[in-house]
Structure formats: C-alpha cells, structure tokens
Unconditional design. Structure first.
Length: 465
C-alpha cells in the first residue's frame, strides 16, 4: 500500500507523492507566544509529531518547519499590561513552550522560525503583491485585495460573494472590502516597529507564515498543516498571498487536525475553557496524554475527559510493563518481525490511522505476555523488536516513565520514598535470614499502601499500582 493522506484542498484521500522523490518538506503553523500552551495546542503538536515520525520511519528525508508568531496584538497587550517589552513576553513563553515540548517528547523540527526574524522576506512578498495589484496601502497600512484573487475560497469551500466579515476578519471602513485583510500594520505608540516602504509598522498575522514557509521550503512544498480552526481565514489567506505573489501553488497536501472540545465547545483561551499542558502533566504522564490523543483519529473531534485520560494511563502502563518484562527476559533483536511491521504500515498508510495502529500494539502486548507466561522463546525477539518499533514510531516510549510515575504517586501517598526503601531493606535482611514469613509480611504491608515489590536477577525493585 502507498501512503494516502486526506487533503483538505481536494476534500478526499490522495496517494502521497512528494515533489522530490525521497524528500518531504512540511510546514505546520505553530503557536502565538503570549501565554502558556493548552491541550488544544497539544493535539496539533502530537498529531504532527507522529506524522513527522512516520514519514521518517518510511525512509523520507523530512524538512519540518514549525513557526513561532512572536509579534501580535495579544503579545502587545500582555506586554503593556505587565509593563515590559514584547520580546520579554515572547521569550518567556517560547522557553515555556520548549519545556512543554521536551516533556511531551516531541521531536525537534528541522527549523523553528520566528516572525520577527523574517521582516525582509515579509516586505518582499508584500511588494510583489503590490506590483500585481493585489495589495493597496492606506495611511501606512497595507491590505490584500481579496477580490483580485479568483481562487479565494478554494481551501475552505467559501465563496467571496457569500462571505461576510466574521469575528476574526478585521473591520476597517477604509478597506475596499470587509474581507480584505492586513498585510502590514502601521505601529501605534509603544508598539514594536520596523522600517518599511509604507512607514514604520509590523507585519499582519497571515503574511508571516507565507514568508517563513516559502523561505525554508520553497514554493510549492509538500505538506502544510495545522488545526481545523486555521483553515479559514488563516490558511485561505496564506494561499491567496503566496499564490497571488508567485503564481505557483503554495502546498500540495493540506492536513488539519480536528477540534478538542470541552462540554461540546472547542477548547480555546478565548472561551476560557482550557487546561494548560503543564497543568495536565502535573497529574498525568506525557505518554498517557499521547496515548489519549492517538486513540482518536487526528481528523475527528474529541471531547476532553480526565476519566479518559485515566484510562489512557492504565493502557500505557500495560505497554511499559510489557516492554520492561520482555527486556528482562530476552536480548533485543536487530530486526523486527516483518509481518507485524507490514500490518502497522498498512494502518498508518491509511491517513495516519493511529487508533488502528494502537490496536495492533495492544494485540502484540497480549501476545508477548502469553508467550512469556508459557515460557515460549520462538519468535519472541522479532516480535518484541516490532512492538518497540511501533511504539517508537508513535512516540509512546519516554525515558524515566516508572520513575515519573513513582514521583507523582509519592506526592499523594501516605508513605515516603525513604519509608519504602527502609521496608525493602528490612525485607532483604529477612530473606537473607530465611525468615520467609517476615519477608512476606513486609511485602503485604507494602502492597496495602500500593507498592509492588519484584525480585529480579538484578535485585529487588519496587513499582506503584
């Protein structure tokens, strides 16, 4: 099977064929760094992390660009409220975003451009649009003339003559049409500013991504991605700008993940119904959070539930327990079971079908445990390697999982780490003295508080339920 991707542009699944054989160029719209990243952001980050991982698994040389919007009305407002400059706000939340990304075990993109570092490229595109009659300036502001781009609406399916100015479309009576959008904004006192042919100002939101994506990936490139909320107007406007300027397509495949809802409403900061990534990771492991999102297809809407996240935690426990058990029983094989990996590819080739891929993972978890229970070694190494390869491709295996689980548990437990280790020491002394009754009593005492003791060839280890 060939990889098939649902392309928002055509509204159907298409066989993926990169422009350059063996190479993939992918751009994903990142975050505006004015506040902490929330779970809505987490969904798109994990979606495209898995896509990035799978493309690499398939052998592609992938250039993955994901941007930061580091100049924006919201950043300016926050800086004004706190009495600091905009750079202080953006640097703070870029650093926090990077900590969240590390905690989520995201693979680093090939490049992470910032809008403020690409002013020259932004101005160059606007000049091209002016030369083609697609941009006009008024008092230092520059607008895109939507009516001049005949293909406007081809991504979202909207028609110019049916569109009305909505909540995210800027209203300005000076514009020729309420649908025209800002390419360059003249700066107000106290705002960050750059010199331009139209006077001091700053870029509009949409033009930033046109400049950054084409600088690093060329035009056209293979994949453009983001959340469904970006289809209109952001991605529609990117297409209008980039294709209006060059006459070439911007991207061949457009991938959009579904909304994350709470109580049937889209999770967003503007609605105030959100959890930050940091808040969730205080009580749940990042591997469980990844499993939770991958258990639904990336294009499907999800309704967030902490109960669902609890269940994901139990499921991920089973994976880690099995990987740990297998690693103590056998040496890892250099190659994975070919039939299992082919089944995995068939599921992932169907528009990155992670729910079906996870089903394969758990089929293999059950099979490996049966083989270990029956003390059967035949084929075990190859199957264990396949399980690890599938989990690695989905990004499920994070270093330090059991230790993080202990630390979270100890934060709520009625016993301390020292208390547990002292009891384990007492048990070891009882075993050396062949006082099996006392050893069993201590094991049972630990079990009543949720501590599981295991005796391994490397010594006694403890885990939590």
């Amino acid at each position: 099977m060939a990889l098939r991707i649902f392309n928002t542009l055509s509204d159907e699944k298409e066989i993926f064929s990169p422009l350059t054989p063996g190479k993939v160029r992918m751009y994903v719209c990142g975050v505006t760094v004015y506040d902490s990243a929330h779970l809505g952001h987490c969904r798109f980050l994990l979606t495209f992390d898995v896509i990035f991982r799978y493309l690499k698994f398939c052998g592609y040389d992938v250039t993955y660009a994901r941007n930061f919007t580091d100049v924006d009305d919201k950043i300016i407002k926050r800086a004004t409220d706190e009495g600091v400059d905009c750079a202080a706000i953006s640097e703070r939340y870029i650093a926090e975003f990077n900590r969240d990304g590390a905690a989520l075990a995201l693979m680093a993109p090939s490049v992470e451009p910032r809008a403020t570092q690409h002013i020259a490229e932004i101005i160059a595109i606007i000049r091209q649009l002016e030369a083609k009659g697609l941009a006009y300036s008024i008092d230092g502001d520059v607008y895109y003339a939507v009516v001049g781009f005949a293909a406007y609406g081809k991504l979202s399916g909207k028609k110019i003559d049916e569109l009305e100015a909505g909540a995210r479309v800027e209203i300005d009576e000076r514009k020729r049409s309420p649908l025209d959008f800002a390419l360059w904004k003249s700066s107000k006192p106290g705002e960050p500013t750059w010199d331009s042919p139209w006077g001091p100002g700053r870029p509009g939101w949409h033009i930033e991504c046109s400049a950054m994506s084409t600088k690093y990936l060329g035009q056209p490139f293979d994949i453009h991605g983001g959340g469904r909320d970006l289809i209109f107007p952001h991605h529609e406007n990117e297409i209008a700008q980039s294709e209006g300027a060059t006459g070439q397509p911007l991207a061949r495949y457009w991938i959009h993940n579904g909304f994350l809802n709470i109580n049937q409403e889209k999770m967003s900061k503007s609605l105030g119904n959100f959890f930050t990534i940091r808040e969730i990771l205080e009580n749940f492991d990042a591997a469980a959070l990844r499993h939770y999102f991958l258990s639904s297809h990336y294009r499907s809407p999800m309704d967030f539930s902490k109960d669902g996240l609890e269940e994901a935690g139990k499921a991920i426990d089973r994976i880690y327990e099995t990987v740990d058990r297998v690693s103590r029983a056998i040496k890892p094989a250099a190659e994975a079971d070919g039939a299992l990996m082919e089944s995995f590819r068939q599921e992932m080739d169907d528009d990155f079908n992670t729910p079906r891929a996870l089903a394969l993972v758990f089929d293999e978890v059950r099979a490996l445990n049966r083989l270990l229970d029956d003390k059967q070694q035949k084929g075990l190494e190859l199957r264990a390697a396949a399980l690890r390869s599938m989990c690695d491709t989905l990004g499920l295996l994070h270093e330090g999982y059991f230790e993080r689980k202990k630390s979270r548990w100890l934060g709520r437990a009625a016993i301390s780490r020292d208390g547990i280790e002292n009891l384990i020491g007492e048990r070891e002394r009882a075993r050396l003295a062949k006082n099996w009754g006392e050893a069993d009593r201590i094991r049972n005492q630990l079990a009543t508080v949720g501590v599981i003791v295991e005796d391994t060839p490397e010594g006694t280890v403890w885990k939590v339920k």
